[in-house]
Ligand binder design. Structure first.
Ligand SMILES: NC(=O)c1ccc[n+]([C@@H]2O[C@H](COP(=O)([O-])OP(=O)(O)OC[C@H]3O[C@@H](n4cnc5c(N)ncnc54)[C@H](O)[C@@H]3O)[C@@H](O)[C@H]2O)c1
Length: 268
């Protein structure tokens, strides 16, 4: 395998301070990419950038951004171009969750999740594509990569708004693919299941708080036992290969696809 298959690619990753975003940043850099790590928590993102720069693989910068703000998306794209010359790839990874049963959803829960997971993905895609279009045709294909979820395809009783937001990510992947193809931009995504990250650690606690589970750790066990084909939870390292494939020229003839990396949950 070509271990430097992202050499010379300049990639903006949102929500890159921790979890899967950080893991993908490190993995992409190891394959030669230059990374702009965007996050609300710029100190944590800077730590990941420092780790990448110390490794001698690729280069990295960290920028403070709130993905829900158009100007922050535009500024993160501009920072990527300033640092590396152009932008080739955008990975829209920032996401949040807060479980509620259907009748307990309120406007605050709806707006918070929909704004970060769906509206901000649209803003990031649009501001990144705007720069790609301005850069003009290149030999390589420009790529936008959206992070969906098992919740992009399955109605889960405890996270209606999260499902709605992630079905929206699937729609943005389909609509972006048809809307941006004329500019040599593909749009694909990947959809994890249960990945042990700070997001899921908090979700595990919240599921006890809303009374869906009785004790910490039970949600993980129930999903492994009842939902997954591959009988284990996953880790950020489990998504890195697929994410890198979608960023690489190996996926040039794909668009509008959302690949599930969920231990087989989506077929159960
Ligand atoms: N962990 C899972 O099991 C799982 C499963 C399926 C999908 N996902 C999705 O994968 C993506 C990454 O999840 P994770 O588990 O690594 O999460 P995480 O909580 O570990 O990391 C998410 C990052 O996004 C950042 N962020 C949140 N809101 C932001 C905002 N408004 N502006 C900028 N940055 C912001 C956070 O600061 C954090 O660094 C999310 O889209 C999530 O919905 C996660």
């Amino acid at each position: 395998m070509d271990t430097k298959r992202l050499a010379g690619k300049n990639i903006l990753i949102t929500g890159a301070a921790q979890g899967m975003g950080a893991a993908n940043a490190v993995h992409f850099a190891a394959q030669g990419a230059n990374i702009c790590l965007g996050d609300l928590d710029v100190d944590l993102a800077q730590n990941v950038a420092d780790e990448i720069n110390a490794s001698g693989n690729g280069k990295a910068i960290a920028v403070k951004m709130d993905v829900t703000k158009r100007e922050d998306n535009a500024a993160a794209v501009a920072a990527t171009v300033d640092a590396f010359g152009m932008i080739n790839i955008g990975l829209f990874n920032a996401g949040v969750n807060k479980p509620r049963f259907f009748m307990d959803i309120d406007e605050e829960n709806w707006d918070m999740i929909m704004t970060v997971n769906t509206k901000a993905m649209w803003l990031g895609m649009q501001e990144t594509a705007r720069q790609m279009i301005a850069q003009g045709p290149q030999e390589h294909v420009y790529k936008l990569i959206n992070v969906g979820s098992i919740a992009s395809r399955k109605p889960l009783v405890d996270v209606t708004v999260y499902c709605t937001s992630k079905y929206g990510c699937l729609a943005l992947t389909h609509c972006g693919a048809v809307g941006l193809a004329e500019h040599n931009i593909t749009v694909n995504g990947y959809a994890p299941g249960v990945v042990v990250t700070p997001l899921w650690e908090q979700l595990d606690k919240d599921l006890v708080e809303i009374g869906f589970k009785e004790r910490a750790g039970q949600a993980y066990e129930d999903i492994v036992n009842n939902e997954l084909v591959i009988k284990r939870v996953s880790y950020p390292t489990d998504v890195q290969g697929t994410a890198a494939f979608l960023a690489s020229h190996d996926s040039d003839y794909m668009t509008g696809q959302m690949i599930h990396i969920d231990g087989g949950w989506c077929i159960q």
